[in-house]
Write a protein that binds this ligand. Structure first.
Ligand code: IMP
Ligand code: MG
Length: 175
């Protein structure tokens, strides 16, 4: 049954097409590879797996976790970074993959953390960019779609850990 709080903002086919385009753009830039994709858990799950299947250069995959304290729907205040599941990044061309760039706090913090591990290069790709809300001095090297200031869920994005499974990206209006 349709959820009255959800409105489709970016349909699945449009997301799929754009993710393929981004993967081809990255494949051209890193001709021959090898690169390491680093997905920010959990929001980048679908973006990461679709992206890697469309990428035409040899690559390794790892994940990193950045979480604000429990129960928060968006980032605010304290951010914890978990690097326990990282492959070795030293001397690798790393592409950090995240679901959404909002204020920029998460991406900036992750970039600082990864730089300490001496990658050969570090680029960033986000599926969505709420540029109107970005206050930190970060810009993604690649982005899928710029969106206005709406709260969105689906295709990995959550509200209190729900809605990640949706194939479309939907605006969530809480009543
Ligand atoms: P930033 O650190 O402010 O850039 O926020 C990035 C994080 O906030 C994302 O990785 C998401 O977890 C969360 N976030 C920001 N906006 C949204 C949204 O519209 N829907 C779901 N999560 C969001
Ligand atoms: Mg996230």
């Amino acid at each position: 049954m349709a959820d009255p709080q959800l409105t489709v903002m970016i349909p699945a086919e449009v997301i799929q097409g754009r993710v393929r385009e981004l993967a081809l753009e990255v494949s051209e830039q890193f001709q021959g590879g090898p690169i390491t994709l680093l997905g920010v858990m959990t929001g980048s799950l679908m973006f990461l797996t679709d992206f890697m299947r469309a990428l035409e250069v040899p690559h390794q995959v790892g994940v990193i976790q950045a979480s604000s304290y429990c129960g928060e729907s968006t980032t605010s205040g304290k951010l914890t970074v978990n690097i326990d599941f990282l492959p070795s990044l030293t001397g690798r061309n790393v592409l950090l993959i995240d679901d959404i760039l909002d204020t920029g706090q998460t991406l900036q913090r992750l970039v600082e953390e990864i730089e300490t591990l001496d990658p050969a290069s570090l680029n960033t790709a986000v599926l969505l960019w709420k540029q109107c809300r970005t206050t930190y001095a970060v810009e993604p090297n690649y982005y899928g779609f710029k969106i206005d200031d709406h709260f969105v869920v689906g295709y990995g994005l959550d509200y209190n850990d729900d809605y990640r499974h949706l194939a479309d990206i939907c605006e969530l209006r809480l009543q």
